[in-house]
Design a protein around this ligand. Structure first.
Ligand code: FES
Length: 272
């Protein structure tokens, strides 16, 4: 029989300590670049989104019925009535985002997403910043305690994100509008592109993949779920890219709607 060393106190799962190497890390490549670019990218996006959400303006283009996803659905009393497709049911106080019914769920969905977890654990918390680079913290309790045990809510946030994707799709359909009736412009392409990417990101979710094909013993007995699982699995390998692409399409869509609404330039129209 082989004898194993006793588990090290403080390390989860009774893991053994690392080899006694004096250097902080033996990596000589630019391992810090990915965490750095993640901090810059996520930081810039969060700043932009926060400013826009509390601006309470430039979210609706009356002529073409373009509504930015940051204000969808617009549900406070300060919403422009035509932009409030689901009614104005909340008070119009500055502190309440106009899309207060959906933004908390979207935030929860993204915060608990498996990819974003990896991204901010590494870049913001340095836990650890990269493979084979020591943790920035002395202790490690994983996701077993409050508040990180809340990451398990991701599977429920996924259902909310599905509903929100449906609402965004509805917004994109309503936007085929012009003062003469039907209309089609560059704004429609941007709104549609955003919705397609949001669906791709949402369906590529790891929870979605589990819902599609998890806990099955025999794929052969569940051909429809197997098909769905196959499609989701193909999207799933691109989940990180889709996470970043959707941040880009969301910001672009919002910026375009803001620019039209503020009369910085006109929409490029193909029909009407
Ligand atoms: Fe990223 Fe579900 S794992 S959205």
């Amino acid at each position: 029989t082989t004898r194993s060393a006793p588990p090290m106190a403080g390390l989860p799962g009774g893991a053994r300590s690392r080899a006694a190497i004096a250097a902080k890390t033996l990596r000589t490549d630019r391992w810090w670049f990915a965490p750095l670019i993640t901090v810059v990218g996520l930081g810039a996006w969060i700043t932009y989104a926060t400013v826009r959400v509390f601006m309470h303006d430039f979210y609706w283009v009356e002529e073409y019925h373009y509504l930015t996803p940051f204000y969808s659905p617009c549900v406070t009393e300060s919403c422009i009535p035509e932009a409030a497709h689901f009614g104005r049911i909340l008070p119009g106080w500055w502190i309440i985002p106009d899309a207060a019914l959906t933004l908390p769920f979207l935030l929860l969905f993204r915060l608990t997403c498996y990819y974003y977890r990896k991204a901010y654990y590494r870049s913001f918390w340095l836990s650890p910043p990269a493979c084979a680079v020591p943790d920035g913290h002395k202790t490690y309790s994983g996701e077993t305690r409050f508040p990180l045990v809340g990451q398990n809510l991701h599977r429920y946030a996924f259902y909310a994100a599905m509903i929100i994707s449906l609402i965004n799709t509805w917004d994109a359909i309503l936007a085929f509008h012009s003062p003469e009736g039907f209309g089609f412009g560059l704004g429609n392409l941007i709104l549609l592109g955003n919705v397609v990417m949001l669906w791709a990101y949402t369906l590529s979710c790891h929870s979605c993949r589990h819902i599609a094909g998890g806990r099955l013993k025999h794929f052969s007995k569940h051909p429809v779920r197997y098909r769905f699982w196959t499609v989701v699995s193909k999207l799933n390998v691109r989940h990180m890219q889709l996470a970043w692409i959707t941040l880009g399409t969301l910001a672009l869509t919002d910026f375009y709607v803001m620019a039209l609404s503020a009369d910085w330039f006109n929409d490029l129209r193909f029909i009407n």
